[in-house]
Design a binder for this molecule. Structure first.
Ligand code: FE2
Length: 427
């Protein structure tokens, strides 16, 4: 099944690069694929040439050699065959090994790399992340066990389960939540409540932290998550409070350029977008082109977008981002996107079904959800906007159950009272 053992990941992963011939025959398929290289993210997500990736050595520091904040990520579009693993140690620890396998065995071994990255606060401003990417080779619908670290300094053994192949229509469950910034005790509570529903993954709509360059906040964010992210992938959108910082890009291994990327989880093609960009054309051109290209490949799938700044919100603090609405709503309409989730507004909201700037029947429109209630100070809303259906300024989380024909959504507050419940049929 996995045709390798004891092979350095950097060498191994180079083998899954697309050949020019493949690019010629299937130009779209190279977009948003898992990049086999391990790169050091700098500010704006650009590669930091001054901080090389250090490949595996049997070197352990004395302060924090044991892996902490272990997370399972999706480094490309296909989580049925791809996975990435990240964890933190002290600066001196260089060993970067993952052992994994099926049926509880750990009979596969792959080595990755680690990198230093900067940022504000936290001691000398240098931090180390270890990353191992598997760009191919996992089997769909399979539970794997794994541990990370190195000899004498292994993490506990965790498990993760790959979904069915892209386009398959098995039922699954996901959660949605956003805007935890600054409130990590509440964030921990929300995550525990979410975890009790055993979702297959968690969509995060941005603003995890108050200040993206502050690694201490990221450490608090992951500390509050316990070991949930070791088995349940989080799929984030970049929020304005992340500030396009190297610390944001260092925390996750995501597809494409990590600012905008898509994930095909069975029947769902989820595009994650960045509306806080370094250059205007990233919103007006690049992400429009990206959405048009990737969604055109999967006309029969469920289609969702995850972004930070709501384009339909009745919240009185930020409300709707009209610039982004003008650029992206026509794209959502043309691909008949079922649901767009965002945050930024610290509130729960559900719009009427909307198409082309007007309310339409449920089966013909996009639902715009706002989930910004994971701990950040709550805002209020107005009832004056035509598109608002439900709004509730309360801390909350959303659970979604996906089948071939419909998605059932249940929204709960932190006492687990149901505050909204609705279904969406596939367009
Ligand atoms: Fe925000």
């Amino acid at each position: 099944m996995i045709p390798f053992r004891l092979v350095p990941a950097l060498v191994l992963l180079a083998a899954c690069d697309m050949s020019p011939a493949e690019e010629d025959t299937d130009p779209v398929a190279v977009i948003n694929q898992c990049s086999p290289e391990l790169t050091v993210p700098g500010v704006l997500g650009e590669i930091d040439e001054d901080r090389p990736v250090q490949s595996h050595e049997d070197t352990f520091g004395s302060e924090q050699a044991d892996p902490m904040h272990v997370r399972y990520n999706w480094p490309g579009r296909d989580p049925s065959t791809q996975a990435a693993f990240l964890w933190r140690t002290d600066l001196e620890t260089l060993a970067t090994v993952v052992e994994y396998g099926t049926d509880g065995d750990l009979d596969q071994r792959v080595e990755g790399g680690s990198f230093r990255f900067g940022g504000a606060a936290s001691g000398d401003g240098d931090h180390r992340i270890h990353e191992v990417k598997l760009c191919e080779g996992l089997e769909p619908d399979t539970t794997y066990s794994y541990r990370v670290g190195g000899e004498g300094h292994w993490s506990p053994t965790y498990t993760f389960t790959t979904p069915g192949a892209p386009g398959s229509f098995e039922s699954f469950r996901f959660a949605m939540v956003g805007d935890s910034r600054g409130a990590y005790e509440t964030w921990g509570t929300v995550l525990e409540l979410i975890d009790a529903h055993d979702p297959n993954f968690i969509i995060f709509s941005g603003d995890a932290v108050e200040a993206g360059p502050n690694q201490e906040e990221w450490d608090a964010w992951f500390e509050a998550s316990g070991d949930i992210f070791a088995s349940t992938a989080v799929v984030p959108a970049h929020g304005n409070h992340e500030f396009l910082s190297s610390n944001y890009f260092a925390q996750f291994s995501l597809g494409n350029n990590e600012q905008w990327y898509s994930v095909e989880y069975g029947s769902l093609h989820l595009v994650n977008l960045n509306d806080t960009v370094a250059s205007p054309e990233h919103r007006s051109e690049d992400q429009v082109e990206f959405m048009n290209e990737v969604w055109a490949e999967t006309p029969d799938s469920w289609k969702m977008a995850n972004q930070h700044q709501s384009i339909y919100a009745t919240c009185t603090n930020h409300g709707s981002n009209l610039d982004v609405r003008e650029m992206w709503e026509p794209v959502f309409d043309s691909h008949e996107v079922d649901v767009v989730v965002a945050g930024h507004n610290h509130i729960y909201e559900r719009s009427l079904p909307i198409r082309n700037g007007a309310a339409v029947d449920e089966a013909d429109g996009t639902l715009y959800l706002v989930t910004g209630g994971a701990g950040a100070p709550l805002y209020n809303n107005t009832s004056d906007e035509w598109f608002g259906d439900i709004a509730n300024p309360i801390e909350h989380y959303i659970i979604a159950d996906v089948t071939a024909d419909k998605i059932d959504f249940v929204v709960r507050d932190l006492s687990n009272n149901i505050i909204d419940e609705f279904s969406k049929t596939r367009r």
